[in-house]
Ligand binder design. Structure first.
Ligand SMILES: Nc1ncnc2c1ncn2[C@@H]1O[C@H](COP(=O)(O)OP(=O)(O)OP(=O)(O)O)[C@@H](O)[C@H]1O
Ligand SMILES: [Mg+2]
Length: 466
């Protein structure tokens, strides 16, 4: 154990000097008085007094030491307490310097109790701080707290990642970090009202230089003893994906209604005319009308089937994976399609693969249907089943048709997206085909992409992992 080393030398010197000076003065005064009163025994008396004075000095030293030693230990103990519990002191913090009951003993015990409380509170506080910091770091939400003067108190790593703040907490203000006036207004409102609030806000994110939607929840920070608001903390919950999904859903419902309305209006119109004609006994146009009616009804039917297909793919219905012969599938699809007007080229680099046969057939049918529909008659359509590596197989459908401009290529696989809406609709397209293709390939764990040059042709590539 480390020994007690602190001794209050200054107090000791002061104490001893005071005593020695006082004794010296007393000695001089007494010597003068005695020398005057007893002139005959002067020598003996002066010697006696000098001896008395000399004995007094060690006694004074001893008393001072005895009195001040405990004080030194108490001072040393309080000094060590400041470093608890993180100092590397190997001394037992509660080791008693005094073992005899008395004032010093009581004082040390009280000090020990105080130290113990302090230690427990410091450890708890530091643990809470560590836990809080871990939670904040692990949180996927960005967190930012500011004080009453809008100066930043703290932010978490996710906030730093999203908004790349320039400057450390304490140096920058809210308006230097974030631009959105809505965010600044929300923070200052929570500060003035002292009430928690929630707002949907938008802010450009440094990481991708794009505005993102956030649900911002702000709560005031109040002092414990008097409830005075000294700052506010805000949590940024990223809802961009949810917002995008909502937009897609609204768009989707709009698109579906639009697509259904067009053939339904036609059907309704022709039915009315047919009814009126029948009432008048005129039948010469009936078969023509029925043909149009049947065309529109089958268009409606195929649209609804496509939508049901999409929804069943999206709802995660299991695929029926089996061994599929790609040549059989290709020939079956070609038989269904009226593809004699184009030059078809077939290449097979492998014979069989593992896939959902019906779905794979749907992929090929949609790609070929597009090629036949959008590529002028007499041009080439090439179907290639290739195996570029041991890990994947690919289906290529390539044509030398009109091609697709780069600006459309990224959106081609979205539901209802058509390059030339009027033309595609005239040929019976609804813009669902390629989104079905994408879904099916993705459900197989693969990817689909397009390579196309306007005026040269297009190539759709579906990759399937083995
Ligand atoms: N081989 C191709 N050459 C040129 N353009 C194409 C080709 N394939 C697709 N496209 C364009 O991509 C758009 C989207 O195709 P998609 O198959 O998704 O819809 P669609 O053919 O219009 O309708 P659906 O397939 O639902 O009947 C088409 O409207 C067409 O403009
Ligand atoms: Mg299509």
């Amino acid at each position: 154990m480390k020994s007690w080393t602190f001794f209050p030398w200054r107090l000791f010197r002061w104490f001893v000097t005071q005593q020695v000076v006082a004794a010296g003065v007393l000695y001089l005064a007494l010597s003068a008085v005695l020398a005057y009163a007893f002139p005959s025994d002067r020598a003996t008396m002066l010697i006696a007094l000098a001896l008395g004075f000399l004995t007094f000095v060690p006694v004074s030293l001893w008393t001072a030491r005895r009195l001040l030693l405990p004080l030194g230990r108490i001072i040393e103990k309080t000094r060590r307490m400041r470093e608890f519990p993180f100092g590397d002191d190997e001394v037992d913090p509660e080791a008693m310097a005094f073992d005899e009951p008395g004032e010093w003993y009581e004082m040390e015990r009280a000090l020990n109790r105080l130290g113990r409380d302090l230690r427990v509170k410091t450890i708890r506080l530091s643990r809470e701080k560590t836990e809080l910091r871990a939670i904040m770091s692990a949180s996927p939400e960005a967190v930012l707290a500011i004080d009453g003067e809008s100066r930043v108190l703290f932010y978490n790593p996710q906030f730093a990642y999203l908004f790349s703040p320039k400057g450390d907490p304490g140096e920058v203000t809210l308006s230097e970090l974030l631009r959105s006036p809505d965010i600044i207004a929300a923070y200052s409102e929570a500060m003035t009202t002292g009430k928690p609030l929630r707002r949907e806000v938008q802010e450009e994110v440094e990481a991708d230089k794009q505005p993102r939607d956030f649900l911002l929840s702000i709560a005031p920070l109040a002092k414990k003893h008097n409830q005075e608001i000294y700052g506010v903390v805000g949590i940024f919950h990223d809802i961009s994906e949810m917002k995008a999904a909502e937009r897609i859903r609204i768009e989707f419902v709009g698109n579906v209604s639009h697509e259904l309305r067009t053939p339904l209006t036609t059907v309704n119109g022709y039915l009315q005319t047919l009814k009126a004609d029948l009432e008048k006994g005129r039948l010469e146009h009936a078969s023509e009308f029925l043909k149009i009616l049947s065309l529109n009804v089958s268009r409606l039917k195929s649209l609804v089937e496509d939508l049901l297909d999409l929804s069943s793919l999206e709802s995660g219905k299991e695929l029926k994976i089996e061994t599929v012969n790609v040549q059989d599938i290709t020939e079956a699809v070609l038989r269904q399609l009226n593809a004699q007007s184009h030059k078809i080229h077939l290449h097979y680099e492998f014979g069989e693969m593992q896939a959902d046969g019906k779905r794979l057939e749907q992929v090929l049918r949609n790609l070929l249907e597009n090629a036949v529909r959008y590529v002028p008659e007499g041009k080439n359509i090439e179907i290639l089943w290739s195996k570029p590596s041991a890990a994947k197989v690919e289906l290529h459908v390539k044509d030398d048709g009109p091609g697709i401009a780069p600006k459309h290529q990224a959106r081609l696989f979205e539901r209802f997206y058509r390059v030339d809406e009027a033309r595609s609709r005239a040929t019976g397209g609804t813009g669902i085909g390629l989104s079905l293709v994408k879904h099916i390939v993705q459900r197989h764990g693969g990817e689909v992409h397009v390579k196309s040059t306007p005026g040269v042709g297009s190539e759709f590539i579906c990759e399937f992992p083995i």
